[in-house]
Ligand binder design. Sequence first.
Ligand SMILES: NC(=O)c1ccc[n+]([C@@H]2O[C@H](COP(=O)([O-])OP(=O)(O)OC[C@H]3O[C@@H](n4cnc5c(N)ncnc54)[C@H](OP(=O)(O)O)[C@@H]3O)[C@@H](O)[C@H]2O)c1
Length: 337
Amino acid sequence: MQKVAVITGASSGIGSALCERLLQEDASLHVCLACRNMDKAKATRDRLLSCFPHADISMVKVDVGNLASVLHAATEIKKRFCRLDYLFLNAGIMVNPRISISAFARGLFSRRAVRMLTTAEGLMTQEDRVTSDGLQEVFETNFFGHFVLIRQLEPLLCCLEKPSQLIWTSSVNAHRSNFSLDDYQHSQGREAYSSSKYATDLASMALNNRFNKQGLYSSVVCPGIVMTNMTFEILSPLLWKLLMPIMWLVRLFTRTYTLTPYNGAEAQIWLFKQKPELLDPLVKYHSCTTFFGKNYVETRKMDISEDLAEKFYMKLLELEKQMLEKQTIHDSIENTA
Ligand SMILES: NC(=O)c1ccc[n+]([C@@H]2O[C@H](COP(=O)([O-])OP(=O)(O)OC[C@H]3O[C@@H](n4cnc5c(N)ncnc54)[C@H](OP(=O)(O)O)[C@@H]3O)[C@@H](O)[C@H]2O)c1
């Protein structure tokens, strides 16, 4: 039976490179591009078809920062497929990210220089907004929209005879210190991105606890530092180009400067080829690139605890219930109007 992979955020950057690499690995795979912008999705599909003319590629519209869109996409996916082998939860945003020049200068001459350069910890300022659903945008887009999608697609993902894989694009920037159970949407803090990525790490652990027995396995990856639309919002492409020789040199000290979307997708591709039952749910899979450009995957233990993951999961179920009830009321008002 033909395998099916759904990829959110497939319209650019790492998601788009991932689709290409998936087809290189398995030309018979059905690749479903789950994107919010259908023009961009079509452009990605056409580009993929120009390299793989016989590839089986479909598209589904989904804005993971909008609950109604997520529910609609889930219904559509359930109509089209009877099972999913891979769900790549890759779409993500940072709102108005900026490098703090003063923090950079201070950090560069301190003992935490390498940590700052490899994790961007303390280096960036960002903003956040509230979506039409009333949730923090970074939380809903990077995490909660995906969580609801998984829950809606459970019937297609849970099959004892054949395991399915959830593969989240997390980050090395997912820090426990930026996450709080009391403010898991991070409405009060200034590290919404880090908090949302820590949320994915926690949820992945809780999902494994719940669903492994039903044949569903979850893993998290970090693509490294990659030049994509997201990084081009931090600095202009020209500035990144000028910094490129320095970033190549930094590869002597850290392998996480993967730089290209192709390299950044290494960990996702590695996971695609593994037996999920044999994976360690407590590690994050990092895409790495050596100074000479060789790609490989490094595993690093995540700073997560089962207790926190379970408490967070219970809060998520509560939020999901509230949001679905709100959506049902909204739909019935729309239908009677
Ligand atoms: N680049 C890095 O250095 C880096 C490092 C660590 C982790 N990551 C993670 O890697 C993932 C991919 O990012 P990228 O670097 O490839 O950046 P990117 O080129 O900006 O890609 C982000 C993708 O997410 C999609 N997206 C954003 N908001 C969405 C929404 N509300 N609904 C549906 N799709 C949405 C974008 O769609 P549009 O094309 O319509 O905008 C785009 O396809 C993200 O989760 C990011 O956090 C990136």
